[in-house]
Design a protein around this ligand. Structure first.
Ligand SMILES: [Zn+2]
Length: 130
């Protein structure tokens, strides 16, 4: 899987302004991109990735832009179940629609999941994104 170094320069040159979609964060193990975190942004992939770059937790990223409200969350669910050893602590959720995860079939609307202290920060992240 192709990946790019997670820098502000790479993000602004590669990720179209206003693009929505899903992304992977991780590290390179030799020539292989090891995915450690999956995410999505329904508003701005670029802004979200820039925030990750600033935090400095991960060194590399890739992304897929997509349109529509349902596609990104469904893709994020599939990604969430596709990679072993992710740092994501909670199953992807959305405020935008009520749906079931295509892999494990749990309800993925935001309200049906009970927040814990561990993932509150991540949830706030969704709430404040403009
Ligand atoms: Zn699932």
């Amino acid at each position: 899987m192709k990946s790019h170094r997670l820098t502000a320069d790479n993000i602004t040159s590669l990720v179209p302004k206003g693009a929505k979609g899903t992304y992977h964060l991780g590290e390179m193990l030799g020539n292989e991109f090891c995915v450690l975190y999956v995410g999505r942004s329904g508003k701005s992939l670029r802004k979200r990735l820039l925030r990750h770059a600033k935090s400095g937790t991960y060194g590399f990223f890739n992304f897929r832009s997509c349109s529509g409200n349902r596609t990104p969350i469904i893709r994020e669910c599939v990604d969430f179940h596709s990679f072993a050893n992710l740092n994501n602590k909670i199953h992807p959720t959305t405020k935008d629609s009520v749906a079931r995860c295509p892999v494990c079939t749990i309800l993925i609307d935001f309200e049906s999941c009970i927040p814990t202290d561990e993932n509150r920060l991540e949830r706030n992240d969704y709430d404040t994104e403009k």
